[in-house]
Design a protein around this ligand. Structure first.
Ligand SMILES: NC(=O)c1ccc[n+]([C@@H]2O[C@H](COP(=O)([O-])OP(=O)(O)OC[C@H]3O[C@@H](n4cnc5c(N)ncnc54)[C@H](OP(=O)(O)O)[C@@H]3O)[C@@H](O)[C@H]2O)c1
Length: 323
């Protein structure tokens, strides 16, 4: 197993350090939330450190991030956002254990250590799922006839699809899930995952980055459909996958995966709250579920509903008002 890199030396930490591997980590609410959570959990000595990597960064940069955690005793683990697929692709051989979801989805959001082993977990199928379930409730698709249109086919989008495929009750599965992505590679990754599963969901793969074509896809969705922005546009990159003229289906749920940034897609949806009866959700709950799951994994704690409630309440106390 290779564990060498020359350009990025491992930094020896003197306090327990939890990493946040993202794009613009300093701007995340977790910087304020994390110290509060460590107080709640009785671990105030643990500090959070951001590692900003470029979108689709070099394999060397991803391997260096993983090696820092693997080889430094005080680096206890971390949460990965945006880079979930790219990081695992570049550094898969550095892990001693990958959970079944990570193996199936080819992505990880959690890096932790147990008894000397470096472990990777894909928490998104759990956290995207917990958030989606809280938004739509039971039997949504049977009740409404809605479908799903998801812009972006990265780690979080794939996790959402997997969560829906795994729903045991037919009323909790959409009849159709349209997955739109700029590059073909991400769609192929999704297709490869789905081919190993059995599902009655009709999954359509659309390679596209033209907002006008996305508008046409939006217009083709039935009422009550769930329209997801999982592209990172409006936070990681400017803009929105649709134009200002894109019409949401009546009674649609517009789910923006982010909760900070320009959030253009969310504002486009908000403008249709009255005219199209669009319900708009942002990524705050997803953020809280995502982080609590990874903190629990890295710290090896049992995330009971009581502990989750205390952490959720601490996070809410420092949530910035929506812009
Ligand atoms: N609230 C939360 O806690 C939370 C949790 C999870 C994710 N998120 C956010 O959700 C976003 C996605 O996360 P992720 O981990 O899935 O990231 P990711 O793996 O980078 O996926 C983003 C995908 O969107 C595609 N894309 C970008 N622009 C596009 C466009 N105009 N049209 C179609 N596809 C486009 C990219 O395609 P290419 O392959 O061509 O680059 C990429 O496959 C990030 O901004 C992340 O911060 C938030």
């Amino acid at each position: 197993m290779s564990s060498q890199t020359t350009s990025f030396p491992v930094i020896t930490k003197t306090v327990p350090t939890f990493y946040f591997i993202g794009v613009t980590t300093a701007k995340s609410s977790i910087m304020k939330v994390f110290p509060l959570w460590m107080q709640v959990l009785g671990r105030p000595e643990i500090v959070l450190e951001g590692m900003d990597l470029k979108i689709h960064d070099t394999a060397e940069a991803y391997r260096a991030a993983v090696l820092q955690i693997k080889n430094d005793p005080f680096s206890i683990g971390g949460l990965v956002t945006t880079h979930k697929i790219d990081l695992l692709t570049a550094a898969r051989d550095l892990f001693d254990y990958l959970d079944p979801c990570a193996q199936r989805c080819n992505e990880i959001s959690s890096i932790s250590k147990l008894e000397g082993r470096l472990e990777g977990h894909a928490k998104d199928p759990i956290t995207a799922g917990l958030s989606l379930d809280a938004i739509i409730g039971a039997d949504y698709f049977a009740r409404t006839g809605g479908e799903v249109l998801c812009f972006g086919a990265g780690g979080s989008a794939i996790a959402t699809l997997l969560h829906l495929i795994n729903k045991p009750s037919v009323g909790d599965r959409p009849p159709r899930f349209v997955l739109v992505n700029r590059s073909a590679a991400r769609l192929e990754n999704a297709r490869a995952m789905v081919e190993n599963l059995t599902t009655d969901i009709q999954i359509e793969y659309v390679q596209n980055a033209d907002p006008l074509r996305n508008d046409a896809l939006l217009a083709s969705m039935p009422a009550h459909s769930i329209i997801i922005n999982a592209t990172g546009m409006g936070k990681d990159t400017p803009g929105s996958p649709i134009t200002a003229d894109g019409l949401f289906p009546l009674h649609a749920i517009a789910w923006e995966f982010n909760y900070r940034g320009e959030l253009d897609f969310m504002h486009q949806a908000l403008a249709q709250r009255q005219s199209r009866a669009v319900r708009v959700e942002d990524g705050w709950l997803y953020f809280v579920h995502g982080w609590t799951q990874v903190v629990a994994q890295v710290l090896h704690l049992d995330l009971t509903p009581e502990i989750f409630a205390r952490l959720e309440s601490a996070a809410a106390s420092v949530r910035a008002p929506a812009s």
